[in-house]
Design a protein around this ligand. Structure first.
Ligand SMILES: O=C[C@H](O)COP(=O)(O)O
Length: 212
């Protein structure tokens, strides 16, 4: 199982959470990765935790301002990137461009989508993985596996109908070990989560409990 913790723009100490992630990753069968703010990529990567970017721009090196260039993310320790997160939506053309940019820089790609129809559409663009996240459940603490299990099953089916080898993650409201297990039971290869760790009083302990 793959657990990708998106720190979004929360106040959690990225180095503290990443250090806990590196420990948990080493001590368990679960692969844990952290997606911090772009400015914190290098510090997080220095902890030894698998480090992901929250967004990659589709641009190539050149005259662009405020666009995180894939090569710059990789140079600062990112090994993968989210694309088209619900809070950072892109056009289909830009999703395609961002996947190409990430591949150019050697970054793994997870493209997010709202529903199974979008999952099929973005799976056709050839990312390494897709993530189903109903936006209305994000940050609620109610896991998608409980609120809408069919959407996870349908997303897995939609993705596999396009590419049998693609990984499918699910996210929104996941905050406990039972939620992670429920996602696996529905066919997900991993989970994407944020507030359950980043907004916890003790994010490092919350992450440890979630995995153990
Ligand atoms: O990137 C993470 C997802 O948007 C899920 O967020 P959440 O765990 O706070 O619901």
């Amino acid at each position: 199982m793959f657990v990708l913790v998106n720190l979004k723009a929360y106040d959690a100490d990225p180095v503290e959470v990443a250090s806990a992630a590196a420990d948990v990753d080493a001590e368990s069968d679960t692969d844990v990765a952290i997606a911090p703010q772009t400015a914190d990529l290098a510090a997080v990567a220095d902890t030894g935790a698998e480090t992901w970017a929250q967004h990659t721009s589709p641009v190539e090196s050149g005259s662009h301002t405020g666009q995180p260039l894939a090569e710059g993310l990789a140079r600062n320790g990112a090994v993968g990137t989210l694309i088209n997160h619900s809070e950072r939506r892109l056009s289909l053309a830009d999703i395609d461009g961002a996947i190409a940019a990430a591949e150019r820089a050697g970054l793994e790609t997870v493209v997010c989508a709202n529903n199974p129809h979008q999952i099929a559409a973005v799976a056709a663009l050839g990312p390494d993985a897709v993530a189903i996240e109903p936006p209305e459940l994000i940050g609620t603490g109610t896991p998608v596996s409980q609120a809408d299990p069919a959407i996870v099953r349908d997303a897995v089916e939609a993705a596999e109908s396009v590419d049998p080898d693609i990984d499918v993650y699910c996210g929104a409201g996941i905050s406990t070990a039972a939620d992670v297990e429920a996602a696996a039971d529905l066919g997900a290869d991993g989970v994407l989560l944020a507030s359950g760790v980043a907004k916890a009083d003790d994010p490092a302990t919350a992450l440890q409990e979630l995995i153990q």
